[in-house]
Design a protein around this ligand. Structure first.
Ligand code: NDP
Length: 483
């Protein structure tokens, strides 16, 4: 039996209190590996190691940070074919998307390598003559990173890279469903000589044990999380006890509006990508398709044809466009949502079949419903599934009102040829990101990412905006005295 891959704590590789197996959702006979599981004691050891390393890393020098981050980013990009294949093997997204995710992860590191050098604060004269003011940013200290399985490397990279760039020590608890990608990224980081022991720690383990230890600890200065609303709420409550700085990126129920003047080929391409890319397992997925009454039928007809042409199969097969869903729990949940949609009165158009392939895996076809109301649970809850529901709207104003009628607010999209409508939508939709004639999913790494409502809490992630979360501001007053 292969030895379990270990956790990285205080600069050393440590066996866990227990182990888990990781299997390929495209082929359940394929054992990817065995991975250590930290317990609460090991989480405490990691916190102590990070505490100790934080001071050294904070004064490590900007070029040390630049070089470490650049080396990590360049290695990820150089090894994207190998690591991307492994990512697809464990998460189930098609190979090209797995490779793309690894490249993107590398880009977060190279981008924040450069940001490490942009440590330029503000200076001002005091209102009191003879006194100068220096405003500078300092690291938070120890940052806990808790990440999900759907982008097992990129989500972590967009948190770890800025945390390290701005001089913080990191403790990373990745999702247990996708430990191979986490371990691979941690292994690359572990080889950077410039990082003092303990400045970066990997603690694979369950959310209930390791995650809970991190969020309850008074020795953690900031917690950044991406995942479900339910766990996000729990984290916010735990952080409130210690007044720990917290940033939460959670679910959504993103709407794609198709107006009566839309180019329907653009609309169908956006819906196919947005609703079914990554098997719908994206917080930016377009699960609500709001179509104007005049174009609804043609849009549904073309979208259905596009769905029927999508190749569902093994994530590593050359022609696969949609892989399996990530695990049995996710598949069962998706099938239950199909039953719910029917019981709520939605009309099933196509898909949602459990599929068999040459290998045993969690395959299903993408599913589409029409005649759905925005008050139905399938239009209110994040399904994280390759299931889309069409909601009919009588005019643009109604479509916008439906788009905004949700507890979430991560992304929204509009497909229209009208500049006036596109502009109005951009300004009036209540989301953190908005797309015009593009899928709701698919964002860049150099600009802010985040949502409103119950999709997000705290300051924005990514781009220069990340500095807000990973640093704290100090205002110094200096009386120079007489020369
Ligand atoms: P979770 O929110 O359950 O998990 C996300 C991360 O939080 C994982 O690392 C998990 O650990 C950890 N975690 C779980 N419980 C705790 C806790 N008490 N304290 C600290 N950390 C904890 O998401 P899932 O992965 O289970 O997915 C469930 C649903 O969440 C999806 O169906 C989807 O709706 C949503 N989701 C949204 C994402 C997004 O990008 N917005 C991403 C992923 C999921 P572990 O899993 O190892 O136990």
């Amino acid at each position: 039996m292969t030895e379990a891959l270990r956790n990285f704590i205080g600069g050393q590789w440590h066996a866990g209190a227990s182990e888990i197996e990781n299997r390929n959702p495209s082929d359940l006979s394929d054992l990817i590996g065995r991975y250590a599981q930290a317990d609460r004691d090991q989480a405490e050891t990691a916190i102590a190691a990070a505490r100790q390393a934080a001071e050294a890393w904070a004064v490590s020098g900007l070029e040390t940070r630049y070089k470490a981050l650049m080396a990590i980013g360049e290695e990820l990009i150089a090894r994207s074919a190998e690591l991307g294949e492994q990512l697809s093997r464990e998460e189930g997204k098609p190979r090209a998307e797995g490779i793309g995710e690894v490249i993107r992860s590398g880009q977060f590191f190279t981008y924040y390598a450069a940001e490490a050098l942009r440590q330029i604060g503000d200076s001002a004269d005091s209102v009191r003559p003879g006194i100068e003011i220096d405003v500078r940013r300092e690291p938070m200290g120890v940052v806990a990173v808790i990440s999900p399985w759907n982008f097992p490397m990129a989500t972590a990279a967009w948190k770890i890279a800025p945390a390290l760039a701005f001089g913080n020590a990191v403790i990373w608890k990745p999702a247990n469903v996708t430990p191979a990608s986490a371990w691979a990224l941690a292994e690359v980081i572990s080889r950077q000589d410039g990082l003092p022991a303990g400045a970066f720690n990997l603690v694979m383990g369950s959310g209930g044990a390791v995650g809970q230890s991190l969020i309850e600890s008074p020795d953690i200065d900031a917690v950044t999380f991406t995942g479900s609303l339910e766990v996000g709420r729990r984290i916010a409550q735990a952080c409130a006890q210690n007044l720990t700085k917290v940033q939460l990126e959670m679910g959504s129920k993103n709407a794609l509006v198709v107006t009566d003047d839309a180019d329907l080929d653009v609309a169908v391409a956006a819906a196919l990508n947005g609703a079914f890319g990554g098997s719908g397992q994206k917080c930016t997925a377009s699960s609500r398709l709001i179509a104007h009454r005049a174009v609804r039928d043609v849009f549904v007809e073309k979208l259905t044809a596009g769905m029927q042409a999508l190749k569902v199969g093994h994530a590593l097969a050359e022609d696969t466009q949609m892989g399996p869903v990530v695990d049995a729990g996710q598949l069962d949940g998706n099938l239950a949502y199909l039953d719910l949609a029917r019981s709520e009165g939605a009309t099933h158009v196509w898909g949602g079949e459990r599929l068999t392939r040459d290998t045993e895996g969690y395959y299903m076809s993408p599913a589409l419903f029409v005649d759905t109301g925005n008050d139905m649970r399938v239009n209110r809850e994040e399904m994280f599934a390759p299931i889309a529901c069409v909601i009919e709207a009588g005019d643009y104003d109604e479509a916008l009102a439906i788009a905004n009628d949700t507890e979430f607010g991560l992304t929204a999209g509009i497909v229209t040829k009208s500049l006036a409508r596109a502009t109005h939508f951009r300004r009036n939709v209540k989301t953190g990101c908005v797309m015009v004639n593009l899928p709701t999913a698919g964002t860049d790494y150099h600009v802010p990412f985040g949502g409103r409502g119950n999709s997000s809490l705290g300051s924005r992630e990514q781009g220069r905006y990340a500095v807000e979360f990973y640093t704290q501001v100090k205002t110094a007053y200096i009386a120079a005295g007489a020369p």
